[in-house]
Design a protein around this ligand. Structure first.
Ligand SMILES: [Fe+2]
Ligand SMILES: [Fe+2]
Length: 216
């Protein structure tokens, strides 16, 4: 299966819609089509920019798109559930050598504190964890925000960029400091940054993080 087939697959659309509906029901931020597309794009972009072979870029795009489909079943262990759903989806439609690379990236994308298992997994972590944006917050009552809502709502723009020659990956965020003071933002975001840095290191790159043009 090619990335475009995955993106247009009816089963995948149902998983993503259900995951998003389930999260909406409990007041959680977007985990549907938008997050899948943003994570997929960034994961593919990272590997492509670093000169990885086309097949690995394709795997990163697919794994980035599928990484959260397990939330359609349960948030707990959603990575591993998503890996099994992805296996069912692709079985007999792709060589197992390709499938395993995709499902291991899906299954391990929340393994914080551990090194990524592959370049594809590292790219998915970077794509997933760098997706912070106001558009992800459904709850519009600021008084009911948790810290993650606050961080996402405060973020007006986020962009991942790669400088291949410098072996550097950058995440630049535009943050509304009236919604969330920078230090508070940084505190909440720190775990994600550490995970991104670990993923970048696996790819042989440094990772720098900017808020409102200031390096953190
Ligand atoms: Fe996830
Ligand atoms: Fe995600």
């Amino acid at each position: 299966m090619k990335f475009d087939e995955i993106k247009n697959d009816k089963e995948v659309a149902v998983y993503l819609k259900t995951a998003d509906d389930n999260f909406r029901a409990i007041g959680f931020k977007d985990h549907g089509l938008r997050h899948a597309a943003v994570s997929s794009f960034a994961a593919g972009y990272v590997l492509e920019s670093l000169g990885y072979p086309e097949i690995e870029v394709e795997h990163a795009k697919i794994a980035g798109y599928l990484h959260d489909i397990g939330n359609a079943i349960s948030q707990e262990d959603h990575a591993q559930i998503g890996a099994v759903l992805s296996l069912n989806l692709m079985e007999n439609k792709m060589p197992y050598d390709d499938i395993i690379k995709i499902i291991s990236a899906v299954g391990s994308h929340e393994d914080k504190g551990l090194d990524p298992v592959s370049p594809v997994c590292a790219a998915v972590i970077l794509g997933d964890k760098s997706d912070v944006h106001r558009a992800r917050v459904r709850q519009k009552d600021l008084s009911r925000f948790d810290s993650h809502d606050m961080v996402n709502y405060a973020c007006l723009n986020s962009a991942v960029s790669v400088e291949r020659a410098e072996r550097m990956i950058y995440l630049r965020l535009d943050v509304d400091e009236n919604i969330c003071p920078i230090m508070e933002f940084f505190d909440t975001f720190l775990a994600r940054i550490k995970f991104c840095r670990q993923a970048a290191k696996y790819l042989g790159c440094g990772f720098d993080f900017y808020i409102n043009n200031s390096r953190m």
